[in-house]
Design a protein around this ligand. Sequence first.
Ligand SMILES: *[C@@H]1O[C@H](CO)[C@@H](O)[C@H](O)[C@H]1NC(C)=O
Ligand SMILES: *[C@@H]1O[C@H](CO)[C@@H](O)[C@H](O)[C@H]1NC(C)=O
Ligand SMILES: *[C@@H]1O[C@H](CO)[C@@H](O)[C@H](O)[C@H]1NC(C)=O
Ligand SMILES: *[C@@H]1O[C@H](CO)[C@@H](O)[C@H](O)[C@H]1NC(C)=O
Length: 251
Amino acid sequence: MDDASLLFLLFMASMLYWTTNQARLTVSPSRSQAFEGDFVSLSCEEDDSSAGWTLRRNTSIDTRAECEEWGVADGSSCNISYIDPLDSGVYWCESREGPISNLVNLTVTGGSVILQSPVLPVMEGDDVTLLCKTKTTPSNLTAIFFKDGVFTGKDSTGHMTIQHVSRSDEGLYKCDISGHGESPSSWITVTDKHTTTPPPTSTPPPASSAGSSPLVSVLLTAGTVCVVLVVMLLVVLVERHVESKLKGARL
Ligand SMILES: *[C@@H]1O[C@H](CO)[C@@H](O)[C@H](O)[C@H]1NC(C)=O
Ligand SMILES: *[C@@H]1O[C@H](CO)[C@@H](O)[C@H](O)[C@H]1NC(C)=O
Ligand SMILES: *[C@@H]1O[C@H](CO)[C@@H](O)[C@H](O)[C@H]1NC(C)=O
Ligand SMILES: *[C@@H]1O[C@H](CO)[C@@H](O)[C@H](O)[C@H]1NC(C)=O
């Protein structure tokens, strides 16, 4: 193997490192809706803390606003101790170099009913349980559920389970508890079974990024193969180096 192919492999490996060095935004409690006054903690989980990730948001009142402007920052996490309906919006982590994390939609209601739905995309084939709850009473009230404005079911304890979710389950969900009111709507995103991390992008993914997922997993697999090759190559080179040193010592 000549120097050029060695350089090429090293280049591929660093590209892989760069593309997989992603941040993930997680939310605690892990749900997409909150009541006014709730405590919410957001954090950027990063592979490389030196990348300097910043937590930002777009809401109706601010654009690309950093945590310092709306929460209490502490390293890579950001807490909102009393969340307000004006905090509703899209949140993400962003590095100086440009790559951004997954996007998270948070909806805060001043009303008395929320739909507890997954804040992160759910994987194809998984079961998803939604809970319709009120702020004050125990969450065992009869609720009705809607997907894209169409009635989908009624449950006497406020639960709805979607078994083996598929892409066709993607949509805008909301619920209603008689006598208490309606929840805000939340989008449920279903991801391909083979992608374990959100696709690396430098721009927000379009609402229907269905086609990009297989490509991403192919790229990641190809990248992994490259890394394995480089490691094997390095091992061989080191061995040769040691061998020639030993030979040199014996002579
Ligand atoms: C946030 O708002 C800015 C300005 O309107 C827009 O360019 C950007 O795409 C938005 N980001 C997200 C993640 O929605
Ligand atoms: C944010 O909340 C988390 C979880 O409750 C806590 O561990 C962390 O110390 C808080 N950070 C700040 C800056 O308040
Ligand atoms: C409400 O439902 C939960 C399960 O979701 C159950 O554990 C609990 O006992 C119920 N509470 C009442 C008051 O029925
Ligand atoms: C956020 O909500 C908008 C509109 O409700 C939807 O189009 C978008 O896909 C959602 N994004 C995520 C990451 O759930």
